[in-house]
Design a protein around this ligand. Structure first.
Ligand code: ARG
Length: 573
């Protein structure tokens, strides 16, 4: 099924074609400038040139020749200089849009464009034995939203958490645990203790070569599959994943796989041989395997001691994903500071002939800074970690709700605070271009007015509360949508009609903020409608029923939009 706006566009093109004056290839439409009172325009320039007539003349001729079919979404057609302007039929649009939202409810906006194609999304990817810091938080939130967006576009999406669970540093992790013992704690607290042990060990290692030797020994043991080393490593993996899992659940994040870097260990020798065989890489004088491609700085694939690196595992990961999932795209949601790494990775995959049928995309994102623009850092001690961030957000949200709605039952208050707090954190990552840096400005993040998740959630909850009251008052719904002709009603309906298009744009630009913008405008348009058009106190029972339908549609559509961002929409707040 096509959504109303697509149908409108198709009808406009068909109506122009039916005049027989313009070749179908020349029928292209554009969105008129905001000051033009029309919904779609046909600029007559190209067709007029072809026909050797002045564009205004062609526009006028077409305006006279066009006949609007019975029941069309086209309301009016007018020539304005070289443009042919089309307006929608507000009542038929209202009926069409409310019907399609009612039919799909929270699934409104979904479409099958990507059917038959697979996209792998590589996101979150925390490092084992470390807490998830702001970089991983951004990756987790942006990645999950892209997963939701592409699923809604009909793609088969494979979400893979590429855990940092392998590499030289594990020698130090294991040696430090062997030396100081396993921390007796869980969650982020245990992770913090592990980090401290790691730092202490690394510090002492600088002066004591025997400790350095010991770390190297553990690293080797792990690589050789020594049972004790393996067990200790597994304990670290489990501990980290348990801590992560709790946070993922709070964020509504779910992966299809979490293969992690260690999974690729056995594939690396063949992979390295393949980089040499295809001459994408070469053996350097010192015995290491390196590549120098597309004028990018030279990079290592195998160290001179035979050891492998992050890059080696990423090369094997692409190969594995291609043979396992046959994706049309692999999307990496990773910190902008790894841009060079991905340019090098994509270059070597191309040089090896692997990147022919797949698009490799790096979605970089900006850093999180303090309010005065300083990047957060572990060294400065102002780093923010996921669990404590979500806890703080929830506590602050609870204070806001206590103020706004003190009568809410305690249990519901806690649940709502969780949705609002987590929503504020998620929205802060998504409401603007992901490349931009973000700050943790709680005032703005939890503002009940303005571009915040809280405001959007309040708008949704307000819709739901009107609908509950309507039920209590026994008010009828399923009204006649053609009664909705007030400019505020038409404005809101036209905007609701745009979600499918916003979804498509968000997918093609890898840009969740397009959905965020759509949600924000929806809430604002709803605010205007609510101010100007009484719902429960409408002039007639018929109008009240139609307006209630519009309120229900707004609630469904807003919930759908928020859902794409990974934000919950509580029933009441
Ligand atoms: N674990 C890495 C880090 O924390 C991110 C991994 C991103 N994904 C990838 N395929 N390289 O920096």
């Amino acid at each position: 099924m096509e959504y109303a706006l697509e149908r409108f566009t198709a009808e406009v093109k068909a109506a122009i074609a039916a005049t027989g004056r313009v070749a179908p290839a020349l029928i292209e439409t554009t969105t008129p400038k905001p000051n033009i009172p029309a919904d779609l325009a046909f600029p007559a320039f190209r067709a007029a040139k072809e026909l050797r007539v002045p564009p205004p003349q062609l526009a006028a001729e077409l305006a006279a020749a066009i006949s609007i079919p019975e029941g069309s979404l086209i309301g009016k057609v007018e020539a304005a200089g070289p443009f042919l302007n089309f307006s929608m039929h507000p009542q038929r649009l209202a009926a069409a849009v409310l019907a399609e939202i009612a039919a799909r409810a929270e699934g409104y906006g979904r479409q099958p464009d990507g059917a038959g194609q697979t996209i792998v999304v590589d996101y979150s990817a925390p490092n084992i034995a470390k807490r998830m810091h702001v970089g991983h938080i951004r990756s987790t939130i942006i990645g999950q939203s892209l997963v939701n967006i592409f699923r809604a576009l009909g793609y088969t999406v494979v979400g893979d958490n590429h855990l940092g669970d392998w590499g030289k540093q594990f020698g130090v992790v294991l040696a430090s645990i062997a030396m100081y013992g396993r921390p007796d704690a869980v969650g982020e607290e245990a992770m913090a203790l592990l980090e401290a042990q790691y730092a202490r060990y690394s510090g002492e290692m600088k002066e004591r070569p025997d400790l350095d030797e010991e770390a190297r020994r553990w690293s080797l043991l792990l690589e050789q599959g020594d049972p004790q080393a393996r067990a200790l490593w597994q304990w670290c993996v489990d501990l980290t994943l348990q801590a992560a899992e709790k946070n993922y659940n709070r964020l509504g994040v779910r992966f299809d796989h979490a293969y992690g870097e260690s999974f690729y260990e056995g594939m690396l020798p063949d992979m390295i041989a393949e980089t040499l065989r295809t001459e994408a890489a070469y053996r350097d004088e010192d015995g290491s395997v390196v590549a120098e491609l597309d004028k990018l700085p030279k990079f290592i694939i195998q160290r001179k001691d035979g050891g492998t690196v992050y890059m080696t595992r990423d090369i094997a990961t692409v190969e594995f994903r291609l043979s396992e999932f046959h994706p049309s795209q692999i999307i990496y949601v990773v910190d902008g500071r790894q841009e060079l790494h991905f340019r090098q990775l994509f270059a070597i995959m191309r040089a090896m002939g692997y990147a022919r049928d797949v698009e490799l995309v790096h979605i970089p994102f900006g850093v999180v800074t303090t309010l005065d623009g300083q990047p957060l850092s572990t060294k400065k001690g102002n780093m923010v970690y996921l669990e404590s961030l979500l806890d703080e957000a929830t506590a602050r949200a609870l204070a806001v709700i206590d103020l706004k709605n003190p009568d809410l039952a305690e249990a519901e208050k806690a649940a709502v605070a969780e949705s609002v707090g987590v929503g504020a954190v998620v929205y802060n990552d998504l409401y603007q271009d992901t490349k931009r840096n973000i700050t943790l400005d709680w005032e703005r993040m939890l503002a009940t007015e303005g571009n915040s998740a809280t405001y959007l959630q309040y708008s949704h909850a307000r819709c739901r509360s009107i609908l509950r009251r309507a039920v209590e008052e026994g008010a009828a719904t399923a009204g006649d949508a053609t009664l909705l002709t007030h400019p505020a009603e038409t404005g809101l309906i036209k905007h609701l009609a745009r979600l499918p298009e916003a979804l498509r744009e968000a997918g093609s630009r890898y840009a969740p903020f397009v959905i965020a913008d759509w949600c924000y405008t929806t809430a604002r348009e709803f605010g205007v409608f609510f101010e100007q058009c009484p719902v429960l106190k409408a002039e007639s029972a018929e109008l009240r029923a139609a307006r209630l339908d519009l309120v229900a549609a707004t609630a469904h559509a807003l919930k759908a939009g928020l859902g794409l961002l990974g934000i919950r929409a509580p029933e009441r707040m």
